[in-house]
Design a protein. Sequence first.
Length: 364
Amino acid sequence: WLMSDNMHHQWLLLAACFWVIFMFMVASKFITLTFKDPDGYGAKQEPLVLTAVTKVEEVRVSEEKRWPEEFQPTGKAFSGNLIRQPRVHMERLELLRNVCRDTALRNLSHTTVSKFVLDRIFVCDKHKILFCQTPKVGNTQWKKVLIVLNGAFSSIEEIPENIVHDHEKNGLPRLSSFTDAEIKKRLNLYFKFFIVRDPFERLISAFKDKFVHNPRFEPWYRHEIAPGIIRKYRKNRTETRGLQFEDFVRYLGDPNHRWLDVQFGDHIIHWVTYVELCAPCEITYSVIGHHETLEDDAPYILKAAGIDHLVSYPTIPPGITVYNKTKVERYFSGISKRDIRRLYARFEGDFKLFGYREPDFLLN
């Protein structure tokens, strides 16, 4: 009886040991799964489209290749371990991807990666960065950042204002200055970004800057471009005032605007669509910043590009990035619904790709 009792205790002890070992293995597995990705957001998330897939000049990218199943990281900050982007930046890239796939908007969201687009993209080889210029959204400051990174000046404060936009002296090469092979390599490997803002507010800014104030003294906007728009689009031929915003809107909304665009040359970069400037459905950008959230986006872009320890984005004056709904409504208040709808029809791709709402005054 004693021997039977001892064997019973030994079996219980052995079973208890196995139970402890089993629970330890389960706990270890649980801990591994729980803490494997400390930067995750819970739901399964994949890095979004951080490799450029593009064709130079007039070659279209096939739908299957534009959005590959597996995405490779680009830029310094993405080498080695992947960093998880804040949710807002992931959502922006996912929205862009979805709209690019929308066949109903294809004519408004797709373009060819021509020399016009490559001329808009500035290169920083030292830090493997490409920046696509979208005028009237704070591009001057980003140019200053790249000028410092390229080594032309040691600090942003040292850069003379007249040098920033002088592409003979500012040390900023354009992507178009490289061979096709060099262009493809940079598009595939470099960190790429650009900035957007509400499309209609950007047009107001372009109109004021070029045709009203003209602070950089670019007389061709008033003396050559404005008269060309007035001759074609002003309804009241006896009106002798300079270019009015309604003239500008009629020009931009005209489906046959391109014949004037050809005459105006590269000056049209201040008001053409983001699609025409940066080809966001053909070139896969790492980050898309918004002017309205630039206070948060600028530091993030610098960090994501791996240059936040080298340079800072210039101080942003309070309130300058806030969307001014009242101003936009005031500018469009005297313009016919027909002209506004035609304008929106041209810029609808920009509204949809980057998550901007259709203006309320178009819905009423």
